[in-house]
Design a protein around this ligand. Structure first.
Ligand SMILES: Nc1ncnc2c1ncn2[C@@H]1O[C@H](COP(=O)(O)OP(=O)(O)OP(=O)(O)O)[C@@H](O)[C@H]1O
Ligand SMILES: [Mg+2]
Length: 293
């Protein structure tokens, strides 16, 4: 990955659970920046790199990822307290994703995906245990007529519990809620094409892209290279046969998310400050004398 230096904090992206921001860099590029100081911590960034770089090497469209040096001083003029805190906590190396200007969030009612492409994406998400490409939160953009994959922070759930990683990585993948499930994904064809590409060499190359400072100090791993190796093994083991364990049933439209706590928080819609303002004003209107604030 290239490394750039953040030069200007432009604006927060309110729809993102981790409060990513749009940031300009010294290469004159504009990036969506994900911060090391965000609540979910650096493992989210590790997952973005491993899976984003893997996806691109498998021929899926993933915007370029870069590492971004951040001097929190660039956020000093930022009026939002939450953003100030985040920037202060994120000095050093952060993650940037090339910003796709004018892209639209994927809408399954407005955009057709053919079974071959849907199959590749569902198979890839099964490989990386992505629970965050559902109809609730598609995490795909449409740009110049093509589908682009973003947000691989909630993947490889097993890297939150290394002792159980191999066993967890053997588990099936339920794609019933996947946003591409209704498009008849051709999973057999995707597996035949993509699984042979997921070699030890490729996974080692992808793991090598993760900066040392996001890996250092992981309990149970004496060196960052041992930790990198720990990412390679479950993915390699999973690639060969995961297609046999992908199930697509009825979407659980009315059920609450069964994601673990930290993830459920990511999946929950963020309250929109503009809506709260509107609600407060409406309330003021009804009471006639304001809320006292
Ligand atoms: N490369 C990009 N180009 C344009 N817009 C983007 C890009 N990446 C993200 N966005 C926009 O920012 C939003 C939040 O990004 P992302 O999903 O990566 O953040 P997140 O904090 O992990 O979000 P969440 O957990 O809520 O899904 C996206 O839904 C999309 O609208
Ligand atoms: Mg997202």
């Amino acid at each position: 990955m290239r490394e750039v230096v953040a030069t200007r904090y432009v604006t927060p992206l309110r729809e993102g659970g981790s409060l990513p921001g749009i940031v300009e860099a010294d290469d004159l590029g504009t990036y969506v920046m994900k911060f090391t100081g965000a609540g979910q911590g650096r493992k989210t960034l590790v997952a973005e790199v491993v899976c984003g770089e893997l996806g691109r090497r498998l021929g899926l469209r993933v915007p370029e990822l870069v590492t971004m040096q951040l001097d929190p001083v660039i956020g000093l003029a930022e009026p939002d307290q939450e953003v100030q805190e985040l920037l202060k906590a994120s000095g050093g190396l952060n993650l940037g994703m090339d910003y796709l200007p004018g892209s639209l969030g994927f809408d399954p009612l407005a955009y057709q995906v053919d079974p071959a492409e849907a199959g590749k994406i569902v198979w890839f998400d099964a490989l990386i245990n992505n629970v965050d490409r559902s109809w609730r939160n598609p995490n795909m953009l449409v740009w110049h007529g093509d589908l682009w994959l973003i947000d691989h922070g909630a993947t490889m759930i097993w890297h939150h519990n290394w002792p159980g990683a191999q066993a967890s990585a053997a588990k099936p993948y339920n794609a019933s809620d996947h946003v591409l499930a209704p498009f008849g994904p051709d999973i057999e064809a995707a597996a035949a094409e993509l699984a042979p590409l997921v070699t030890e060499e490729l996974l080692t190359e992808v793991a090598a892209e993760v900066p040392d400072e996001w890996l250092a100090g992981e309990p149970g791993f004496a060196t960052t290279d041992l930790l990198r190796r720990a990412y390679v093994e479950p993915l390699l083991a999973r690639a060969g046969s995961i297609h046999e364990r992908i199930s697509i049933g009825e979407p659980t439209k009315t059920q609450p998310s069964r994601a673990p706590g930290w993830l459920a928080e990511r999946l929950a819609p963020r309250p929109n400050p503009a809506d709260e303002d509107r609600a407060a004003r409406a309330d003021t209107g009804r009471n006639g004398e304001g809320s006292g604030r």
